[in-house]
Structures are given as C-alpha cells and as structure tokens.
Design a binder for this molecule. Structure first.
Ligand code: SAM
Length: 327
C-alpha cells in the first residue's frame, strides 16, 4: 500500500497519454500550442500498462486517462482494454474535450471504460470557438449525448469558471443537471497553463458560482457519486444529475488528495502544480526490475507535498502548461 508522509493513502493514478491537443483553450496553452514532445519520448502503450501493473500491485485501484487530448492518440480503446485487465484495477475513466467522443465512445465502452469527464466551458457556439480557439461546440454536444447513450456513467461536465467569459452561463449549466443525467463540475481557474491569460480579474471563486446556483433552488449534499474526489457535490431536488464545486484555489482539498500523475513522457509526479517527480521511462527502457520500479514509485510518493502552492499572485515564471503536466 502506498501512503505518503502525511498519512494520505495513494490509490489513484492519472495517466497522460499525449501532450498534444486538438484544441488550444485560452487558459490552458498558448495559441501556438506547446512544444510537443518527440514521439520517441512518449510512453508506448505497453510501457504504460507495465507501470499501471506495478502501481496496482502497490495499491492503485483507479486509473484516469488524460492528456493533452487522449482521443487524438491512435487506438485508445486498445489501451483501455489492456488497463481494465490489470489485476486490482477497479475502474478506468477518461478526461476528454469531447470533440472526438462521438466517434470513439462505443469502442471505449466496449473496451471497458467506466466513465468520462468532458470539458465544456460554454454552451454558446461563438464563445466555444473563442475559448478553445478551434473546435466546434456541436461536436462536443454530440459526444456528450453519445456518452449517455452508450451507458458511460456518470458523465461529468467540467466547466472552468472564467469571469467575463462564461459567468453568465452558470444557471444554464446548472439547469442541465436538472433535465439530464449530467454531472456539472464548476472548477476554479488555476494559475497553470497560459501565461498571457491568467489574471486575478478572470478568477471566480466557486462560492460565488454556488450562490448563483442556490438562487434556483436548494442544493442538497450528495456523497455517493463515483469519483467525487476534490469536489463538493450537490443536487437539486428530483434532478437527474448533480452539481459539484472544485475550489482549486479557495478551498483546501489537498488533505484528501489520493493521486499521482504519470506524464506522457513517463515522469511520475506527485502533485499537479509542482515540477518534482521521478523519471520512470528511462529506467523502464533500461530494463529495470519490479523492485527498482517500486523504489522509484515510493520516491515519488515520498516527494508529495502537503499541499499545492498555487495562488492568485503566483509569479509568471512559476507557471507550467497543463498539457505538459497532464491535466
Ligand atoms: N483534453 C482533456 C480535457 O479537455 O479534459 C484532458 C486534459 S485537460 C488539460 C484537463 C482539464 O484541465 C480540462 O477540464 C481543462 O479545462 C482543465 N484545465 C486546463 N488548464 C486549466 C487551468 N488553468 N485552470 C483550471 N483548469 C484547467
């Protein structure tokens, strides 16, 4: 079992399968994209599976595939099919921008994917193009409906709160949770990603979003939704979906953090905002034994900080692009 210096049990691994993305969200990366890693530096599927197996032996039970945009990597369902077979892995989930989900949802479900989080910051087509700089809202909406149709459950929608951009849509998002089995997650903008974009004036605390949702009806706490993690989750009476709030900056949830992150190029990182981590790829390619890998995994866990140190007033040189860390 993996336990860090602060007694937190580590059970969850987020696996970034690519640093590339088919969108260029304003807050996530510069318009030109990131400096993509050369292909030979990116973990191959069999390497990811080997790492997942070693991690599962030490207590990891949940995996989430992320990126970059994971669906731009070829044949993702085949990776899912291999990961679900790893002993002791109880669920494999996916984070996606949804653009390619209509095409892949059925194959992913057949491969054993349990659930999906879809990023969606606006329900307005023109704003969608403004925020993502590419892509079409229609494709994402079709992806969401396909995810529901093929039985992925729960289907969560991650919405980053952007003051002046989507704060007039909070009620509209909340309404979706009433009428459809969709689970909305309002997330605070973090000082990660695009240097040009992040500004305290664009930041909206989740408390404000929650107050706006409460003008619509009472929010009843929910505590049994799969993978609630850092979110505080609520439901309107008789609603089919839920509404969650992730106060990445204003609410301290690090004491509950149970995760590690594997970057697309094989670094095991203990925290989203930190640059610390352990390189697993090179030892793996040199033929490291399971014991050596275990030692490296334990080192990464030992490095896990008590909490992140992101704040509204972070220096610009402390930023790192989310696509490189693996969101
Ligand atoms: N492409 C996939 C997706 O869209 O879900 C996975 C990677 S993406 C980086 C993961 C999540 O990180 C998305 O929901 C995105 O909105 C969020 N994200 C990226 N930069 C962020 C920032 N600066 N603050 C808050 N959330 C951010």
């Amino acid at each position: 079992m993996l336990r860090d210096r602060f007694g937190r049990r580590i059970e969850y691994l987020r696996i970034s399968v690519t640093d590339r993305c088919n969108l260029r969200c304003l807050y996530c990366m510069p318009a030109s994209g990131c400096a993509w890693k050369p292909q030979e530096q990116i973990l191959r599927y069999e390497e990811i599976v080997t790492i997942a197996r070693e991690m599962a032996r030490r207590g990891i039970t949940k995996l989430r595939i992320t990126g970059g945009e994971p669906l731009v990597r070829r044949d993702l369902p085949s990776l899912v099919a291999q990961l679900v077979k790893v002993p002791r892995i109880e669920e494999v989930a996916l984070s996606t921008n949804g653009v390619l989900l209509e095409r892949y949802a059925e194959d992913l479900t057949a491969a054993g994917l349990s659930r999906v989080n879809i990023s969606l910051d606006t329900l307005d087509a023109a704003k969608f193009t403004q925020v993502t700089r590419l892509g079409s809202l229609e494709a994402v909406l079709r992806g969401i409906q396909t995810a529901l149709k093929v039985g992925l459950d729960p289907v969560k929608l991650n919405c980053v709160l952007l003051r002046g951009i989507n704060d007039d849509e909070i009620e509209q998002f909340a309404l979706l949770s009433m009428t459809q089995p969709l689970h909305i997650r309002f997330i605070e903008l973090m000082p990660l990603g695009s240097l040009e974009f992040f500004h305290p004036d664009r930041f909206m605390p989740v408390t404000e979003a929650k107050a706006r949702c409460e003008t619509w009806g009472e929010l009843v706490p929910v505590d049994d939704l799969a993978g609630s993690g850092p979110a505080s989750v609520f439901r309107y009476q008789n609603a089919s979906g839920t509404i969650g709030f992730i106060g990445a900056l204003t609410c301290s949830f690090c004491h509950r953090c149970n995760r590690l992150r594997l970057t697309a190029d094989g670094w095991l990182r203990p925290c989203l905002d930190s640059r610390i981590g352990v390189n697993l790829r090179d030892p793996l390619r040199r033929g490291a034994s399971p014991e050596e890998l275990e030692e490296l995994i334990r080192q990464a866990v030992a490095m896990k900080p008590e909490s992140h140190h992101m704040s509204l007033t972070m220096r610009q040189d402390e930023f790192e692009t989310m696509c490189a860390v693996g969101g």
